[in-house]
Ligand binder design. Structure first.
Ligand code: AMP
Ligand code: ZN
Length: 137
């Protein structure tokens, strides 16, 4: 299904032009217009899924295989020193476009992408509680 109000549906299906690095029947990989680092790309399914929770498992599997192949090609082609796969779900997690996408981000020594978090604290009690909640879901 496509969503006629969704910009990534339009880009993925070629209705809006993009700089496309790869395309097959299920996905399009495009360059991000606001790159965190040189070569930052987005993997977009051609069907509309708002986020990871809507994605079917077959498309999820194919997305990871495609991302893995693209990461290898991009790292070699661009001489990257490392690579981040990033995937945001929900406003609280930084998602701004509500069509599932994976960020493919080549990383370079001394780049300024700054994809990191400040390590927090936990306790054995909290860890046990989290384990219990997830296992019982
Ligand atoms: P997220 O915050 O995970 O939802 O990521 C949305 C990403 O889409 C951001 O990195 C934006 O720079 C990128 N973006 C938004 N609109 C476009 C567009 N028309 N073409 C390419 N990238 C886009
Ligand atoms: Zn869409």
């Amino acid at each position: 299904m496509k969503d006629s109000n969704c910009i990534f549906c339009k880009i993925a299906n070629g209705k809006i032009p993009s700089t496309t690095l790869y395309e097959d029947e299920d996905f399009r990989v495009i360059l991000d217009l606001g790159p965190a680092a040189r070569g930052h790309a987005l993997l977009l399914p051609k069907e509309h899924f708002a986020d990871l929770f809507e994605l079917d498992e077959k498309t999820a599997s194919k997305a990871m295989v495609t991302a893995k192949r693209m990461a290898a090609r991009m790292k070699a082609a661009l001489g990257a020193d490392g690579f981040n796969l990033v995937q945001n779900n929900g406003e609280a997690a930084g998602q701004t476009v509500f069509h599932f996408h994976m960020h493919l981000i080549p990383r370079y020594k001394d780049d300024h992408a700054g994809i990191s978090w400040k390590p927090g604290n936990t306790t054995p009690e909290e860890m046990a509680e989290v384990k219990r909640l997830v296992e019982n879901q």
